[in-house]
Design a protein around this ligand. Structure first.
Ligand SMILES: Cc1cc2nc3c(=O)[nH]c(=O)nc-3n(C[C@H](O)[C@H](O)[C@H](O)COP(=O)(O)OP(=O)(O)OC[C@H]3O[C@@H](n4cnc5c(N)ncnc54)[C@H](O)[C@@H]3O)c2cc1C
Length: 500
């Protein structure tokens, strides 16, 4: 039964990457689960405003061991079997830097999310904005929503904030932290193009391998030199091996001199797979507007207007300067901004940069990651190499390659019956767990945790005393918690293909 008069076990606010993972995993553990989403679609930054360039990337650490699976692996495999994903791509020049791709088609990913909600009995309420919470003392008891029905209250035993910007946590009175407007990383409008002559693009790459950004490929655990990478680029036979194509330095500089490139981002794109092996180019850095607080609608409006102007400049550059784009055309422009940074909750544990650098383990681990700390973007032509300029090469997790994500990062201080998942979990700025694979790891864990709290009649904070059932349940859903999966095991377990 659904409706406003029903009390739900678990209410998930926000149907982005964390929200869908939370909804499916809560419902699988028997919770009566309601997923509320502001737009008419699911996926958030993965679909409505995305996808992220390297969505479904970095599932393996620099030693080639898989550290992210569960919902991520399950959805990747389903899409791969249906012809809507590329296999885990691990070309020799990318694996030592752990910068590998496992691309999915975002449109089919979104359709799969709808399918999975229905398969698992998740109740969806779309086109609905959560505008407040119901509270008794420090306990959250439900949410207030506004939509075509007007304003309504909905009761729930546990609420999970998956809004990306910690809106629900803020409504509940949780402490949150956020950088200032001046420090805020730039936001963006992404777009996707088809009709590219990849032969011509490859020809250019073969002849000019020094014109691209490689910062993330040169890793301290790797013996690869810049010259080795150039050689790999000279010999690439299939554009899919590249994953991202960022740089075009000389062409961009010529364009800048001619007034044909705007100075707010570098030039480049990621790849997007389509049925039958077709590849599109996906641009997520070609528009960048900074000094914009995601919690201020006037800032967001300015950012929307500015990014759409930059988009046209960027596209004219690709059409007029980059070989292979002469007959290309835009097939999709994001209708929502991609918000790179925003508020995070202050939780019972705050994951920090040193935890990542020291690959810390935690007894209450709910998943792992090997994404480095401290990657910040800036709105200038070096934006695409900003990761390198932040010395990310030396900030890689070490020595094992993967660090733990503790459960307590999702439990806000002081407020009860509320969990946070996705981009807004508790971390310092360098340890920001905002990457798609990480948001699905915390989403899945929050969903299971909420369902178990309801089952046992305890609060999420009380669960901190013993997370063994949570960990066991997550493992039964395929999550990697204690031990990374070796390449040999992955090959054995999955329909797994190396791109070598
Ligand atoms: C420019 C950019 C580039 C990025 N590049 C990459 C990349 O290359 N690789 C990568 O892995 N990650 C990348 N990321 C990060 C990643 O895309 C996001 O951090 C991640 O998708 C966030 O997931 P989420 O579930 O926390 O939030 P979101 O995906 O933002 O989902 C939040 C959802 O909540 C809904 N919502 C918000 N408020 C309310 C409300 N009040 N009521 C109801 N619903 C609400 C929204 O509509 C949305 O659907 C990038 C991010 C940006 C901005």
């Amino acid at each position: 039964m659904s409706g406003y008069d029903v009390q739900y076990d678990v209410i998930i606010c926000g149907g982005g990457t964390s929200g869908v993972a939370a909804a499916v995993s809560a419902a699988r553990e028997g919770a009566k689960t309601l997923l509320i989403e502001r737009t008419g679609s699911l996926g958030g930054q993965m679909s409505v405003s995305g996808p992220p360039g390297f969505a479904y990337a970095r599932l393996f650490n620099c030693y080639g061991e898989q550290d992210t699976a569960g919902f991520v692996e399950e959805t990747h495999q389903r899409l791969y079997k249906a012809g809507h994903a590329l296999p885990h791509l691990r070309p020799a020049h990318r694996s030592p830097g752990a910068y590998t791709f496992s691309y999915v088609d975002p449109e089919w990913w979104t359709l799969l999310m709808f399918e999975m909600m229905e398969e698992n009995g998740v109740i969806m309420l779309l086109d609905t904005l959560v505008t407040g919470v119901l509270k008794e003392g420090d306990k959250v008891t439900g949410v207030i929503v506004e939509n075509a029905n007007g304003r309504n209250e909905i009761k729930g035993k546990i609420v999970i904030d998956c809004t990306g910007e910690a809106y629900v946590a803020a409504f509940a009175g949780c402490e949150t932290e956020c950088v200032s407007r001046d420090e805020m990383q730039p936001h963006t409008i992404c777009f996707t193009a088809d009709g590219i002559n990849w032969e011509k693009v490859l020809q250019y790459i073969h002849n000019h391998p020094d014109q691209f950004t490689y910062a993330q490929l040169l890793h301290r655990t790797s013996d690869l030199t810049r010259e080795d990478i150039y050689e790999a680029y000279r010999n690439v036979v299939d554009v899919k091996e590249l994953g991202e194509i960022m740089g075009f330095f000389q062409l961009r500089d010529n364009a800048l001199l001619n007034g044909d490139w705007h100075p707010y981002s570098g030039a480049g794109f990621f790849l997007q797979p389509k049925e039958g092996g077709r590849i599109l180019a996906h641009f997520q850095h070609s528009t960048q507007s900074d000094h914009c607080l995601p919690t201020d609608a006037w800032d967001l409006t300015r950012c929307h207007i500015e990014c759409r102007k930059q988009l046209q400049v960027a596209w004219r550059f690709f059409k007029n300067y980059v070989p292979g784009f002469e007959d290309a055309y835009i097939v999709k422009i994001g209708t929502e901004l991609r918000l790179r940074e925003g508020p995070r909750i202050v939780g019972d544990y705050r994951l920090v940069r040193d935890d990542i650098l020291n690959t810390r383990t935690f007894p209450d681990a709910i998943g792992k990651s090997s994404f480095p700390a401290g990657a910040y973007h800036t709105a200038n032509v070096h934006s695409l190499s900003s990761i390198g300029s932040q010395k990310i090469g030396s900030e890689k997790a070490q020595p094992e390659g993967s660090y733990d994500i503790p459960y307590r990062c999702m439990v806000p201080k002081k407020i009860e019956n509320l969990l946070a998942a996705g981009k807004c979990v508790s971390t310092d700025r360098p340890a920001y767990l905002r990457y798609v694979q990480q948001t699905m790891v915390t989403g899945q864990a929050a969903g299971v945790a909420a369902a178990l709290c309801v089952k046992h009649g305890i609060t999420p904070r009380e669960m901190e005393k013993d997370v063994s059932e949570l960990q066991k349940t997550l493992e039964s859903q395929g999550a990697i918690i204690f031990k990374t999966r070796t390449l040999e095991d992955a090959v054995k377990d999955y329909e797994y293909k190396l791109w070598l």
